[in-house]
Design a protein around this ligand. Structure first.
Ligand SMILES: NC(=O)c1ccc[n+]([C@@H]2O[C@H](COP(=O)([O-])OP(=O)(O)OC[C@H]3O[C@@H](n4cnc5c(N)ncnc54)[C@H](OP(=O)(O)O)[C@@H]3O)[C@@H](O)[C@H]2O)c1
Length: 266
């Protein structure tokens, strides 16, 4: 068993959002955690960083700017990274009401909600492996389903943001299983979770309010990112700090097909 490092370096994507900022704050409450917020909007990132430092007293909080819908930006982020990375929390998501595409022509929800998790994991795998034991926490949802492997970008189906979102959250849970299998021999654990139902830009765009606070929503991701369970378990799905069965991850053929489909977005 490798000894725990003195300082745990962690990254949280979507850290200017409701749950992401609460996750970053939850990590920063641990004095051994250094937290890097990944955001696309500098003004929001600066404010979130300041709020977290003020709330926790942890000075080891900073931000880096990245458009997570773009593979080149994510790989540039990983190329510029120096030093170890022990914890990656994939959390960013969007759910525009009208179908949108990235500059590369990829449907927005598939790019941000699915491919950013995939690309962040791939781009940082070598760094995580060198820092092992390391862990990845994929923020997914219990609201998941309707994944169509032949229409991941809603080119054939009429776009509905709730359907595209549910597909993306199913994909998060399936890809967690795919990466867990691939990374288990290099001491990188990969788990998915439902956070909580929180009022946010995302949930409002989906037509929901949310009855939990951001801190309540962040509790399970923070637990997986800080407690030993997030290292000991891999390929699992959690809700309310409890492991739950995930039937999306049980269809190994479908999991593999999705992994291969995502790999083609190189
Ligand atoms: N809220 C809920 O009730 C709920 C329930 C279940 C699961 N979840 C999951 O929880 C996670 C966080 O959701 P949330 O409710 O906190 O949403 P949110 O407040 O809308 O935050 C979304 C975050 O993603 C960022 N983002 C979106 N597109 C990006 C891009 N292209 N590049 C970089 N960053 C980008 C946003 O940045 P900007 O600030 O710049 O827009 C924001 O920081 C998501 O994975 C979601 O699926 C949420």
């Amino acid at each position: 068993m490798t000894e725990a490092p003195e300082k745990i370096i962690s990254v949280v994507t979507g850290a200017t959002g409701a749950i992401g900022e609460a996750i970053a704050r939850g990590l920063a409450k641990h004095p051994t955690y250094e937290v890097v917020l990944i955001a696309r909007n500098e003004a929001k990132a600066q404010k979130a960083t300041q709020r977290i430092i003020q709330a926790t007293g942890n000075q080891q909080v900073s931000y880096l700017l990245t458009d997570l819908s773009r593979r080149a930006d994510i790989y540039a982020l990983a190329d510029q990274w120096s030093g170890p990375l022990h914890v990656l929390v994939n959390n960013a998501a969007a759910s525009p009401r009208q179908r949108q595409e990235t500059p590369e022509g990829i449907e927005c929800q598939f790019a941000v909600n699915v491919l950013s998790y995939f690309w962040m994991t791939e781009a940082f795998t070598d760094i995580l492996r060198e820092s092992a034991p390391a862990r990845i926490v994929n923020v997914a949802s219990y609201w998941a389903g309707d994944l169509d492997i032949n229409d991941l970008e809603f080119n054939r189906r009429p776009y509905h943001n709730g359907t595209a979102y549910r597909q993306s959250k199913q994909a998060n849970r399936m890809l967690t299983v795919a990466f867990a299998e691939r990374l288990k021999d290099v001491e990188i654990s990969v788990n998915a979770c439902h956070p909580g139902d929180v009022s946010s830009t995302l949930s409002n765009d989906l037509g929901f309010g949310g009855h939990e606070s951001p801190d309540q929503g962040a509790a399970t991701p923070v637990w997986l990112a800080t407690e030993s369970i997030g290292i000991e378990k891999t390929g699992k799905y959690f809700s309310h700090s409890r492991e739950e069965r995930c039937h999306f991850g049980e269809n190994k053929q479908a999991v593999e097909e999705l992994f291969q489909a995502c790999s083609k977005y190189a």
